[in-house]
Design a protein around this ligand. Sequence first.
Ligand SMILES: Nc1ncnc2c1ncn2[C@@H]1O[C@H](COP(=O)(O)OP(=O)(O)OP(=O)(O)O)[C@@H](O)[C@H]1O
Ligand code: NI
Length: 273
Amino acid sequence: MSPLLAIEQLTVSFVQYERGLRRREVVALSGMDLTADRGQVVALVGASGAGKTLLAHAVLGMLPPNATESGTIQYDGRPLDHAERRRLAGQEIALLPQSVDYLDPLATIGRQVTRSAQLATQLGARAGRRAGHRVAATVLAARGLGPEVLRRYPHELSGGMIRRVLLTMATLGDPHLILADEPTPGLPREDVSAVLQEFRALADDGRAVVLITHELGGALEVADTVVICREGRTIETVTPAGFRTGELRDPYTKALWQALPANGFAVPEEQSC
Ligand SMILES: Nc1ncnc2c1ncn2[C@@H]1O[C@H](COP(=O)(O)OP(=O)(O)OP(=O)(O)O)[C@@H](O)[C@H]1O
Ligand code: NI
């Protein structure tokens, strides 16, 4: 059986016009490979600007109009064109967005989760309001958010609560593939582990999870494979066991591993200042 998501040699560039209307092409992704199958957590690890969010946005058909793409994105064995990506987005494929700006600052959490529940369960807007509201209350409660949260606006929630609301919304439609874009920054250490374990559980339930993160340590806790990217390309794909037994080929991957607290925080010479 083909893997649920198979990305090969994905490239993305942006056409920009400089002063004088000189056309310039900026290459943002130059060869990303990533495969994620049902039951797996695949961590996508790389520094800021490496291209992690762009990869997720490409899968969901969310790249801006000035982007051009090459390479292949296959879902369940078939190449995904733009229309198909948009059709699957929010249904079979869910994004847990990096930015909390995806929430509407002027609508209560209850309204937004209800709307997501209506969309996800394809209930009609009117007929579905009550049912949607019930579903919203239930799913939020399951993530430890009480009924009072329904009446609050996004700015009245802590960072950790917002993350839980986003996770709730992303998983409402019972997606087969979840792309989680930096779900843990700003969370206290114990919450980080809890969130990571939620992704593990979602994968153990048969979904595929792509976990985008800066933090190799967290990725190693829950991932089946770790894809290391740098400057727009995949440089290495390793299992957590491969890290421990030293099966690392690329110096950048080795440096990331050595910089973990348990390995002595060794910062490579070229990067120290
Ligand atoms: N719309 C755009 N136009 C031009 N360049 C873009 C656009 N969107 C992203 N980029 C560039 O593509 C590169 C990858 O960006 P991306 O947001 O995917 O990085 P990232 O790995 O998610 O970083 P972070 O960890 O900070 O979220 C960056 O150099 C960024 O400036
Ligand atoms: Ni990003």
